[in-house]
Design a protein around this ligand. Structure first.
Ligand code: GUN
Length: 299
């Protein structure tokens, strides 16, 4: 007989919506006190389809919570100097609380140069070296949206983390590396014993099978299979990919880095794709923007 699924779904839409109603209430207070709501600007260079979708979702989320948003669309031919001039203008614009430059940028623009040009006080992506350093040291600053959204999701579902073995799969600057740091911190969620696994990790399945908590941000569709997961693990799927699907009206379906159907029955809890980490990333960006407007506290 097939095993009955008993896992908890880590529903990022539900958690994100709950947080968004709190953010909306605070945005209303800000508006009453200061005469204007928090204001996020997003810069999009070029016409990468996925990036446009992400940025438009961020702008829509601003509207939902009563923030102001400005989307600055620049052509793919924009030079590095032109983009740096835009960043400088946003840095000094008193009407903008925080802004992001959507990545990836066209090949002729150095993303590190652009990130370093953003005023750390307006860097609501948390990508500036100053904010990364503050995160590592546990000092006040902006946390990167995806890892901090995952922390919010774990909190909302009261996932136990103290003393747990956590494996983070993928060492990117914006997800895997900061996630490994946040889950090691002496706070909740945190106090995990963290392993940061990557493309050069030897015998990956033996490492992932040891994990109580698995955060998968490897960027490969349905990479994590059931044989790589311990019974009762908590799995967080950061990936999002379009797979061709003729049975679907859109011609594709969305999948994550986890083979959900295979893995979910083994899990105590698992996040879906879509509707898991994605909505939480956007919610965290809104939280950072609110903090940019009202003042940064320790995080
Ligand atoms: N590209 C993929 N994720 C992100 C993100 O969180 N922020 C920005 N600026 N670009 C991204």
């Amino acid at each position: 007989m097939a095993k009955e699924a008993t896992y908890q779904l880590l529903d990022g839409k539900r958690c994100g919506d709950a947080l968004k109603s709190e953010i909306a209430a605070k945005a209303q207070q800000v508006k009453e006190q200061r005469g204007r709501p928090p204001h996020l600007a997003a810069v999009l260079v070029g016409d990468d389809g996925a990036s446009r979708t992400y940025v438009e979702a961020k702008v829509k989320a601003c509207e939902q919570v009563g923030f102001r948003s400005t989307l600055i669309k620049l052509p793919g031919t924009t030079t590095e100097a032109e983009l740096l001039a835009r960043v400088a203008a946003l840095n000094t614009d008193p009407g903008i609380d925080g802004f992001i430059v959507q990545l990836p940028l066209p090949g002729h623009i150095d993303p590190d140069k652009v990130t370093e040009a953003i005023d750390p006080r307006k860097d609501v992506d948390g990508f500036h070296p100053m904010n990364v350093g503050n995160m590592v040291l546990g000092l006040p600053g902006y946390l990167p949206a995806t890892p901090s959204g995952i922390c919010e999701l774990l909190k909302y579902y009261r996932v136990e983390t103290v003393g747990k073995r956590c494996v983070v799969l993928g060492r990117s600057n914006i997800v895997g590396t900061p996630m490994s740091i946040l889950l090691s911190r002496n706070t909740y969620p945190g106090n995990c014993t963290v392993t940061l696994a990557h493309s050069r990790t030897a015998d990956l399945p033996s490492i992932t099978r040891d994990a109580d908590i698995l955060v998968v941000a490897i960027g490969k569709p349905q990479f994590l299979t059931a044989d790589m997961v311990k019974e009762g693990a908590v799995v967080v799927d950061v990936g999002i990919h379009r797979l061709p699907d003729t049975g679907n009206k859109s011609g594709f379906r969305l999948v994550g880095d986890v083979d959900f159907d295979q893995v979910a029955p083994k899990c105590a809890a698992i996040s879906p794709v879509p509707g898991g980490v994605g909505p939480m990333t956007i919610t965290s960006l809104l939280l950072n923007t609110l903090r940019a407007c009202t003042g940064i506290r320790a995080s």
